[in-house]
Design a protein around this ligand. Structure first.
Ligand SMILES: *Cc1c(COP(=O)(O)O)cnc(C)c1O
Length: 606
């Protein structure tokens, strides 16, 4: 596990070179040098790095595979993509998508009023906007305003009620009518933990009867020429391609039927999102059983077959891939603040003139341990430790003896693991795992780990030419016991043994660019990490769009407290206190104000 599964999850976006983890692009900076440059400005706490070139890479790959599939299949429709804002609405993520997707006319998808407003203000002219989710009259009116303002917008109806509202708005105002799409309720469901979006009991979509009724209503209202799109979405992180193929056959046939029923303006099929991302660090390709190539081929081939059989013009294909486009672009970097067994250092040993015999034996075991005897000596040491603890409980040895024994045994274990990292010691690894305290909140930065047990690849930025041997569990700084990524013997994480008094140690969490930021919560009032966009060029790189994590007063204000009231309370309490001089009060006040202007993460040396 020396390369931390880089070959499995990183898609060659990162490589290890000279013991450093580097971006595999242009000037190839190391993550560590970027982090050090940011921290040189006194930034503390977790850091989120965005790499727009990784979004470009995903967009380009999506387009080129569809392009290839369309050419090979003599497909006559076009390929179009929109980015679903719910996956990451943060300004610099959206900006990266729209700027990197510019050459492809990349559009945006909105699922709520606020997202729609965002899409209306950020979608370049000519690019598509699609609108999904439940809508009221206001939201539908917004769709009309967007169309009137020149946007290429398609409102997908999720039920007959929404169609009736569209008809109402069209009758009440003179604004341009947006394109209308219908979300179909498929009987074929998706796979994976997010599969609830498909199937007959799905939350969204029209049944066949409702589709027929929709056509009747549109025709009656003279709006049928606005029906442009058939839409489905079978759920996120699709692990298996088979349900997609079934969904395509179903939706494709619905499309062809509608054309035959006279929906002559209908010209596109929107296949939603669902393209999966590899989060696994251990076994090759567990997340999905298909490649992007197979995915695009399947879509194009299925639609071509159906349309050719029914003699219908090939529809334009729309995709709303979110996770696939942005997951890889963001990396979370967390400083390690502490290793919990760090205190077991040999220089803290303090022997007596005469030590208890068991301690003398531990001293010998520690001294004489080698790769031939290490397993045996380790067992002896563990056995002695049990006895020493019993003797301590019975009052026969004192705290100093116990401390010496703990340090010695700890060192024996460490040496034995170095000398003989075999399977036999695996069980021991689990028992002797090191706990690494990270300056971050799992609730804020990896909420899907907390809520869905979703793994994210994690690896250190240092020592990458030496094999890590410490079984690691990661603790965050929230005071919630769920804020922990435990050691899992079936997916073990090993990290390095570092002395944080002498060096820094940073961990990178990868593929965190989709959903994590928007779902992240301010548990314990830890807010979004400080974030930076890194543009890499041929000779170096540029750090832009710095947004430091919210300061303490702003965090409190954001949930409704008055900054000035808090500040005044703190000041007046301090000023009326006794026993320190006015000067000391002033100095303390100045200190307090500095604290309040810093972010809420820890500021020990790391
Ligand atoms: C969430 C969602 C998407 C994005 O799905 P990903 O799995 O992130 O690609 C696309 N379309 C719709 C309608 C969605 O609800």
């Amino acid at each position: 596990m020396k390369n931390f599964g880089l070959d499995i999850w990183s898609n060659k976006n990162f490589i290890i070179e000279d013991g450093q983890l580097k971006l595999n692009y242009k000037s190839m900076p190391s993550l560590l040098e970027i982090v050090e440059e940011i921290r040189a400005d006194d930034v503390r706490g977790p850091i989120l790095l965005r790499f727009p070139h990784l979004i470009k890479r995903q967009i380009t790959s999506l387009y080129s595979y569809f392009d290839k599939a369309m050419k090979e299949n003599l497909y006559e429709g076009s390929f179009n993509a929109v980015f679903p804002l719910k996956v990451n609405q943060f300004p610099h993520a959206v900006e990266a998508v729209t700027s990197q997707g510019k050459d492809f006319n990349y559009g945006l998808e909105a699922g709520s009023k606020a997202e729609l407003i965002l899409a209306m203000s950020k979608t370049p002219y000519g690019a598509n906007i699609t609108v999904n989710g439940f809508k009221d009259k206001e939201m539908i009116t917004l769709g009309f305003i967007a169309a009137q303002s020149g946007h290429n917008i398609t409102i997908t109806i999720e039920g007959i009620g929404e169609l009736e509202t569209i008809i109402e708005v069209a009758q009440e105002c003179n604004l341009k009518v947006p394109n209308i799409g219908i979300r179909v309720r498929l009987h074929s469901a998706g796979s994976g933990i997010w599969a609830k979006s498909g199937g007959m009991d799905a939350k969204f979509g029209l049944t066949s009867t409702e589709i027929i009724e929709t056509i009747r209503l549109l025709r009656e209202q003279d709006l049928l020429q606005h029906l442009r799109m058939v839409h489905f979405h079978i759920g996120s992180q699709m692990s298996d391609i088979a349900p997609l193929k079934r969904a395509l056959r179903e939706a494709g046939n619905i499309y062809a039927e509608l054309k035959r029923m006279g929906a002559s303006a209908l010209d596109s099929i929107n296949i939603g999102g669902g393209l999966a991302v590899e989060y696994d660090q251990h076994t090759q390709s567990k997340a999905r059983n298909y490649s992007i190539e197979e995915f695009s081929n399947s879509v194009v081939f299925a639609l071509k077959e159906i349309m050719n059989a029914k003699n219908v013009k090939h529809p334009d294909i729309f995709t709303e891939s979110g996770r696939f486009i942005v997951a890889s672009h963001a990396v979370l970097i967390t400083p390690v603040l502490e290793l919990f067994t760090h205190d077991y250092q040999e220089h803290l040993l303090d022997f007596k003139e005469v030590n208890p015999p068991l301690i003398e034996e531990l001293i010998d075991l520690n001294k004489l341990l080698n790769n031939k005897n290490c397993t045996e000596y380790l067992h002896d040491a563990l056995d002695h430790m049990e006895s020493i603890l019993t003797l301590f409980d019975l009052g026969y040895i004192d705290l100093q003896d116990r401390s010496n024994a703990e340090i010695l045994v700890h060192n024996i274990i460490k040496k034995a693991l170095y000398l003989n990292p075999t399977d036999e010691l695996d069980q021991l690894h689990v028992r002797l795992q090191e706990r690494y305290l990270i300056n971050a909140s799992i609730f804020q930065s990896l909420p899907d780990y907390w809520g869905l047990d979703q793994n994210f690849p994690v690896m250190p930025l240092h020592h990458l030419n030496s094999t890590p041997i410490r079984a690691a569990s990661l603790w965050d700084i929230t005071c919630d016991s769920d804020g922990e990524i435990g050691f899992k013997p079936d997916r073990p994480l090993y990290l390095h043994d570092v002395n944080l008094d002498e060096e820094e140690y940073f961990l990178g969490f990868f593929n965190v660019g989709a959903y994590q930021e928007t779902l992240g919560m301010n548990h314990n009032l830890f807010t979004h990490p400080s974030e930076y966009t890194v543009h890499i060029n041929d000779t170096s790189y540029e750090i832009k769009n710095a947004i430091e994590s919210k300061n303490i007063l702003d965090i409190l204000e954001s949930i409704g407290y008055s900054k000035s009231e808090i500040l005044n309370n703190l000041k007046s309490d301090l000023l009326k206190s006794d026993f320190i001089t006015e000067q000391e009060k002033d100095d303390t006040l100045a200190k307090l104000e500095t604290f309040l202007e810093q972010n809420g993460y820890l500021r020990t040396t790391n």
